[in-house]
Design a binder for this molecule. Sequence first.
Ligand SMILES: Cc1ncc(COP(=O)(O)O)c(C=O)c1O
Length: 373
Amino acid sequence: MSEIRGNKVTFNPNKLVLTAGATSANETLMFCLANPGDAFLLPTPYYPGFDRDLKWRTGAEIVPIQCTSSNGFRITQSALEESYKLAKTRNLRVKGVLVTNPSNPLGTALTRNELELLVSFVAEKGIHLISDEIYSGTVFNSPKFVSVMEVLIENNYMYTEVWDRVHIVYSLSKDLGLPGFRIGAIYTNDEVIVSAATKMSSFGLISSQTQYLLSAMLADKKFTKKYISENQKRLKKRHAMLVKGLESTGISCLESNAGLFCWVDMRHLLKTNTFEAEIELWKKIVYEVKLNISPGSSCHCTEPGWFRACFANMSEDTLNLAIQRIKIFVDSSDVIGTNIDQSNQTNQNTSTSLKKKLFAKWGFRLSFNDRER
Ligand SMILES: Cc1ncc(COP(=O)(O)O)c(C=O)c1O
């Protein structure tokens, strides 16, 4: 953790609680910090899994901090205040703000200014700040990753009340590409939370065999350093490939410097400026172009027409093929308004249509998770 943060912050192992991935870390923090009906404020768009991880079993609520494309989806003071007000009008007690740095789905790292704004906001309101830094090792372009811990130290928050109210979530699922190993962590300066989270971690332990294997692997400093820098180099190359490829089809992406995905602007391909049109376009891309991307509405984006496209989980050849398919799709005369069922009618038999319906349901559930709750 220190190495990824340029050794600007040191982490005390006594303040670290191991969990079965970031999923478990985020839920555990909710159990520790919020009572049912209490709220956390989250900048939109956000990782769809948060609806499940933060709300389902804890009874906590999420109130959006509305971020928009007008400033590259950056967090502003007014958006924070609006969100806080909205929670109050819904009679919710605000317990904190949760950010993902770098962001899933935007692929952007928070700026120092945004972090300072967040820290002073939680200081003023007397609430918590959770920073999910699961993508911290994926920053492949400048500006460099800045951890909230660094900002706390630089702004003299050490050993103040705020120091105890800022918590980091981490996991090896993304930086080391090990989601199946289920290795996550909470890092907090608050001893009471360390103690409560340690007790709760019994419900999501990392097996001792996994810990043993990992500690041997991570102890090889030369390997981990090389792995992270090589990974960043490859992500940078793959990101550039996708951005350039999409640009050649007239599609642009939000400028980003981290993560495993791009935030793609397809607003001009919508039939109307609505979420219904977004879903219509998404279905075409899934069923006709046969590419699995996520619609922005699944991430609670407030503007229809944005999509998240992953570029890291495939070979270069596959990515080239995906870009090729998008190109053909965009170039085709009838991108907008094609009825999927009609266009496939000719050689469609009953069994493929049934398969499609089931796939549609499954895809929708997978992408939207707990959208309605
Ligand atoms: C922001 C964020 N937090 C948490 C998780 C869950 O990670 P894990 O596999 O470590 O549970 C993800 C996974 O995509 C994520 O994007």
